[in-house]
Every structure is written in C-alpha cells, then in structure tokens.
Design a protein around this ligand. Structure first.
Ligand SMILES: *Cc1c(COP(=O)(O)O)cnc(C)c1O
Length: 298
C-alpha cells in the first residue's frame, strides 16, 4: 500500500548566503518549489486523497486549474484513483496539458474559479466521488504540517516563519506543525498581496469575510474567503498579518532568480519581499525561515 511519504518529497532547507549577507540575519529557505507538482500542495492534498481512498473513494473531483489541481491529479495517479479536474476557461493550455499528463480528466467550465467550483460540487452530489477542497480540510493541514517536522528533524529552529496565505491551508498546516513541534511562541508572518488580502480582512473582522474581488496578479493567493481554522489560529499562536504590493513580490521573484537560480511563483515572491525589503518587524528576529511555496509555472 502506498504511503503518504510516497506522495511528496522531503525538500531542501538551506541557508541563503546572499540573503544572510544582505540582512545580517540567518535566512533559511524551505524549497517547496521542489515538490513533484511544483508546490507544497502535494503534502496536504496527497494525505487527503490517500485517506479518502482508504475510506473507499475511487473517484475524486477537484476544481482548480492551479497547483491544487496538479497536486490532486498527481496523488490520484499514484493511488490508482480516478480524478476529474474542473478548470475555468482562463486556465493556460500548458497547465491543462500538465494536468492531463497526470492522467486526470479535465473539464473546462466557467469564467473563474467560483464557477468551475460550482460545477465540481454539483458533480459530487450526483455521484460517489469525493470533492477536494484546495485548502479547507483537517487532513490537508495535517499533510502540510509535515513540512515543519522535516525542518525540525533537520536540526533547524527558527525564531520567525514567513509564509504566504491564500485560503489559509498552508498557514494552518504550518502552525499545526509548529504546535506539534513545541514551537508555540515562534512568530509567524502571514503574507498576502494587495487585492488578495482576505486573511487581513478576516483578522480585522474576527471571522472569515468575503472580499469583493481578487485584483492581485498572485493568483495562488486568490481565495476571496479564508478557512475558519486560519482565523482561529490567530487566537492561539502569534501571527502577524502582512500585505505587500504585487510589484514588490514581482521584484523579489526576479532577485531570487538572479541570486538563487530558481524561478518561483509570485506567492513565494510575496514572502521573500519581506526579506529583500528588510521588513522592520521580521528583522527583529535572528533566524528567519521563509517558505518558498511554489515554482513559477510560466
Ligand atoms: C495554494 C498556494 C498558496 C496558498 O495556499 P493556501 O493554502 O490557499 O493558503 C500559496 N502559494 C502557492 C504556490 C500555492 O500553490
């Protein structure tokens, strides 16, 4: 029987010489862009699909043309389950081909993710298939939490963690992992871009609220409403919300490519921009871990 560890990779965690010199801090980079489908989503969605397959599900439906759909297709291929990925019309051809390469059936429907998601949910109610949320399930958080265990087992203990927030699945998993590791007082900087700042809005309101539209170019961060768990964690764990500009995320991606030789997603650039931009709150810490959440799909 296939195990969770077969569905993701242990990724590199390294100290960036350039960033250490620039900031005079210890900057550790966790390269989740090295995952088989290019993002950390292999961890959580891998565990979700595996556990649901154990419960007897043989057919899955995902509604993402982005990294969640790729990770779901990868997991299902390896588990031997069938999957349909519903993607909106705006999804690039290259992406669709990548998902098809993982032997998933692709349905192109709707003008945006919301419309694709409606069809996916409807398909599930009419069949015995299992719906895969991109970020909102305890199994997904548990899967993402393996990232922190891996870092701890490698001998690292940061005093701040910088991580991007879309729907808050990654954040919830990272914090679950930190709580499990006993890192309960280590600050987490939760980074979004302007126009995708649904977590900042939720923290202001005290509950998840829907922001009117996604206007940021960082599409991986484009959940209009975050998972409730991500908001709950803020009452338990020290979390600082940060909202950066798209242009700073873009510039951070360029610098990262020049100095570290890796093309990463804007979502990762958003986190890295706090380091390149020497954010005064983050720079209060000495050992700073940055989660580089995904590779560029351009
Ligand atoms: C999904 C994704 C995010 C956001 O993760 P959430 O769990 O939705 O908060 C950030 N970066 C990349 C590369 C992603 O694929």
């Amino acid at each position: 029987m296939i195990q969770h560890q077969d569905l993701y990779r242990n990724t590199l965690c390294y100290s960036s010489q350039h960033l250490c010199q620039l900031t005079e801090k210890e900057i550790w980079i966790k390269m989740e862009s090295q995952q088989p489908s290019g993002s950390f989503k292999n961890r959580g969605i891998g565990l979700f699909c595996l556990e649901k397959a154990k419960e007897g599900f043989r057919q899955f439906v995902s509604s993402s043309g982005g990294n969640a759909g790729c990770a779901a297709a990868y997991a299902c291929k390896n588990i031997g389950a069938k999957i349909t990925v519903v993607v909106p019309k705006s999804t690039p051809k290259k992406r669709i081909n990548l998902i098809r390469q993982e032997e998933a059936e692709v349905i192109i429907h709707g003008n945006d993710w919301q419309e694709a998601d409606q069809l996916a949910r409807k398909m599930v109610t009419e069949s015995k298939a299992c719906y895969i949320s991109p970020f909102d399930d305890p199994l997904i958080w548990k899967g993402h939490a393996t990232m922190i265990k891996e870092i701890k087992d490698a001998g690292y203990k940061p005093d701040a963690v910088v991580v991007a927030v879309g729907g808050g699945g990654l954040l919830s998993g990272v914090i679950e992992g930190m709580q499990d590791a006993g890192w309960t007082d280590i600050s987490v900087y939760a980074v979004e871009t302007e126009g995708a700042d649904s977590y900042a809005a939720a923290l202001r309101a005290g509950i998840p609220v829907e922001i009117p539209a996604i206007t940021s170019a960082a599409k991986s961060l484009g959940a209009r409403k975050v998972a409730e768990q991500a908001v709950k964690w803020a009452t338990v764990h020290p979390i600082v919300s940060k909202v950066v500009k798209d242009e700073d995320a873009i510039s951070a991606c360029k610098k990262f490519e020049n100095h570290e030789g890796e093309k990463v997603e804007l979502a990762a650039g958003a986190s890295l921009s706090l380091i390149y931009g020497m954010d005064p709150d983050v720079m209060k810490h000495q050992r700073i871990l940055v989660v580089v959440c995904g590779e560029s799909s351009e």
